[in-house]
Design a protein around this ligand. Structure first.
Ligand code: UTP
Length: 291
């Protein structure tokens, strides 16, 4: 019988070196995009996609994430005493968003290792992986679109976006043929990490959203630590291809790499412009700049 995707794993054990010095003490996942930590966008996307249980894979120095999703008695009591109802509502809502579990990744041994840390909690069910620094603006949540594909096809689904030109070299790139009946779906036959533009197997860049079958845990366990001493998620997914179908899916929406300084700037401008309370004022401000 097919099983529902109920759990989302958020690997957050990385060091966030691309965003130094901000990430020396503050976890990358807690950097604010306009006024919300980037991880909260991912959590809200997961919940809007029907996810019931969230697993954060954390590491040293990530305590602020746990505090953020917990009840803050002092803050709530102060806001209540001062009659700040709207702010109290914002604070309380965060702590009641979802059922959250935490697993500590003792050393940052790679994305594959981080996902493997969730094995016991996920169990024998398909599950989602969300990389919080990929913030996605979409009418239908990206993960919801992917779960719909999973439910229909019963195979793992990797989110991809089309990149024209040499920029593709910065990504893991999907190899495979487009589905003749649905141009958004590719039947995956392989993946190449950061290929040269001339030899990239497609224009489909793999980004930070996955729906995976639990077999990937077994395969990750069998995979040795590769070059650089890390366990790569890509190797687990390549293993899956020998047993079952894996699909690439060009989701409908716009992805921002908020773990990168320039990507965060782009996301900040675009998300701010959409905010009803100050979007208009911000647009006028931008127009007035001597660019
Ligand atoms: P990144 O490649 O973005 O690495 O990891 P990073 O360490 O977070 O950031 P940079 O590149 O140094 O700036 C992709 C995702 O995998 C997680 C990260 O937290 C991020 O969500 N990850 C990576 C782990 O959870 N554990 C690891 O050992 C490595």
């Amino acid at each position: 019988m097919s099983k529902k995707v109920r759990t989302a794993v958020f690997p957050a054990g990385g060091l966030g070196t691309r965003f130094l010095p901000a990430t020396k003490v503050i976890p990358k996942e807690m950097l604010p995009l306009v006024d919300k930590p980037i991880i909260q966008y991912g959590v809200e996307e997961a919940i809007a996609s029907g996810i019931e249980h969230i697993i954060f894979i954390t590491g040293r120095g990530k305590g602020a994430m746990e505090d953020h999703f917990d009840i803050s008695y002092e803050l709530d009591a102060t806001l209540e005493k001062k009659g700040k109802k709207e702010l109290l509502e914002i604070s309380r809502k965060i702590s009641s968003l979802a059922r959250i579990s935490y697993v500590r990744q003792k050393e940052p041994l790679g994305l594959g290792h981080a996902v493997l840390c969730a094995k016991q909690l996920v169990g024998d069910e398909p599950f989602a992986v969300i990389l919080a620094d990929d913030v996605i603006d979409a009418r239908v949540p990206c993960l919801k679109q992917m779960i719909d594909v999973y439910d229909e096809r019963q195979g793992s689904v990797l989110a991809t976006m089309t990149i024209e030109g040499p920029g593709i070299s910065a990504y893991g790139v999907l190899a495979g043929a487009q589905d003749p009946n649905d141009e958004r779906i590719y039947e995956c036959t392989g993946m190449v990490e950061k290929p040269k533009f001339e030899v990239a197997p497609s224009k489909q860049a793999i980004i930070g959203r996955y729906v995976l079958t639990p077999r990937v845990f077994e395969l990750l366990e069998k995979t040795g630590f590769g070059a650089g001493g890390e366990l790569q998620l890509t190797d687990g997914i390549l293993g899956l291809l020998e047993h079952e179908k894996v699909y690439g899916f060009t989701f409908d929406g716009k992805r921002f790499d908020a773990g990168d300084k320039f990507g965060m700037l782009q996301a900040t401008v675009e998300f701010a412009l959409k905010r009803p309370e100050f979007g208009g004022k911000f647009r006028e401000y931008l127009k007035g700049l001597p660019l």
